[in-house]
Design a binder for this molecule. Sequence first.
Ligand code: GLU
Length: 426
Amino acid sequence: MTSEPEARGTVDTADSAWDNARAQLDEVADLMGLAPGVHEILRSPKRALVVSVPFRMDDGTTRVYEGYRVHHNVTRGPAKGGVRYHPAVNLNEVKALAMWMTWKCAIAGIPFGGAKGGISVDVRSHSRSEIERMTRRYASEILPFIGPERDIPAPDMNTDEEIMSWIMDTYSMNTGFSVPGVVTGKPVAIGGSRGRAGATSRGVMYTIFSTLRALNLSIDEVSVAIQGYGKVGGYAAQLLHDAGCRVLAVSDVDGGLYREKGLDPEAINRYKQDSGTVSGFPGAEPITNDELLELDVDVLVPAAVEGVITVKNADNVRAKILCEGANGPVTFEADKILNERGIHVVPDILANSGGVTVSYFEWVQDIQAYFWSDEEVNDRLRLIMEKSYEEVHELAAEKGLSMRQAATWIGVSRVAEAHQMRGLFP
Ligand code: GLU
């Protein structure tokens, strides 16, 4: 029996990431008067591959998981997007994430289409060598789909630099020479970009600053709560703390921490290195993930999984600004409630585009075999993030749209323009 929504006597009509992604597209297609043919094309992925991933366990037995790679759209350039390892991964989730990548790349003005991939796996139940064998087999199975001109995977939830190295190596061993441009988010030693590891978090920070400027609020003493202490949330906590914000709360899957005077991310990082979690950190009050989302803070950054803000808790969110570090943390219906309540929601496809933007820089550097400094990467990232924010904010103001509607409008219109210019084959 599912529990009844407390706040609004209504349920989310869009209860999965794919329903949400489609509902967002349909709404904006209607608002902008998108040509029905293009709308129909964009409602479905261009191609989707489902693969079986068998691999040897350390004890000699065989395990088989399902893997996916979806290309939503490649009209503006090669498909681009991360690879996710999580038990909740399924074809529909990957389709949603691939669609969001299409809009994200178009909003940032980088010449990629949208892709995503993943394996339905709980990484915590496997050794590192099992993850390596699983990754290499997955890479082999999706080999015909990927390549520097075709589709460039990158890290996402529970995948990292080392996993990207294994994908790059598997592809290169099949080709017979090193192909660094086949993945991004690699170690710098094999063609990775400086600044890629922290790029999504840095982009989230630039987005928060743009929002504060747009709302005439000062950066000093801004209070922040961050859900998720992985690649995005953990580094964002550090960057925002260093920039003068008060990070009052953080969390991971095991639970959260709250300190009214502000947390010290460096101390939390040291604690996490030994314990593997932020939960239990001494010197802060324990809170739940649900409590964190309802804290009275200036900025809330959901940087964990999809669908954490729904019709059930949207009325309880007290932050002024909600900056989506994760993909799809707010459901379609909850988004309406937050907007009605005057909460400034900065959507994922704008707020977390720093990762794919520096992935683009990495791909450009690999192709040119000429590498940039940290300053060059970070400055160019900031320019792109600020420009994208301004464009979205301006359109939202001009047409009376939410930031998500305006961002989706820009993404969809750029992809639609490319479709119109190229024409329908044959
Ligand atoms: N996985 C990240 C995202 O969702 C980055 C993708 C990439 O760099 O290609 O945006």
